[in-house]
Write a protein that binds this ligand. Sequence first.
Ligand SMILES: Nc1ncnc2c1ncn2[C@@H]1O[C@H](COP(=O)(O)OP(=O)(O)OP(=O)(O)O)[C@@H](O)[C@H]1O
Ligand SMILES: [Mg+2]
Length: 214
Amino acid sequence: VTGTDTGVGKTVVAAALMHRCRSRHPLRYWKPIQTGIEQDDDTGEVERLGACAAAELLTAGIRLPHPVSPHLAAKWRGTTIDLQQLVAAAAPDDDTTRWIVEGAGGVLVPVNERETMIDLMSALGLPVVVAARTRLGTINHTLLTLQALRQRGLPIAGVVMVGERNRDNRDAIEHYGEVAVLAEMPVFAPLTPAALGEWAAVGLDHEDRLRTFL
Ligand SMILES: Nc1ncnc2c1ncn2[C@@H]1O[C@H](COP(=O)(O)OP(=O)(O)OP(=O)(O)O)[C@@H](O)[C@H]1O
Ligand SMILES: [Mg+2]
């Protein structure tokens, strides 16, 4: 699960995917790189919103203070993020478990002097779900993200749009992006595990397109 930006709803989309897909396959959520650990814990949030069992979470990964880009958080910590080492830490333990991996920020967020998040995505080779906003600006951000993914040959499973429904933006993303919008996720008030689970069962990928990617 990548996003067109930070804060677009990747964590909530990942939690919804846990609700939606766990009846079909054992699932595991992983946040390989988390910055801003003094304030953000996406794994804990997915555990809560996705009503996850402990076995559904891989808690290992790069964990850094300060809510900034991974390359900078690592630099401030006096370390360098090594993607090869990171990916090796998540070697699959069986072939039935399907992984839902959440990125940090968007595809071109730097992780070290040479690499960005898309290099991690490429190393993992998993089909990509793009979380995007519904509001003005989303067409450009989403098409740019799709272009970057295609340039690297990454399979695109679809887009999930988050926020107040905007039919025109959805249509434009499907048309110009040549991509399926798997869902339009409403704003939940309040955002609870039950509300998210109920919505995911009927509103997320109702055409069952993800089946071929899992
Ligand atoms: N559908 C929704 N209804 C209500 N609140 C939402 C919804 N989607 C996201 N939010 C809220 O918006 C904020 C940002 O969402 P989220 O944490 O999922 O973004 P993110 O893309 O994972 O951010 P990051 O780049 O930090 O990982 C959170 O406070 C989250 O609870
Ligand atoms: Mg997140």
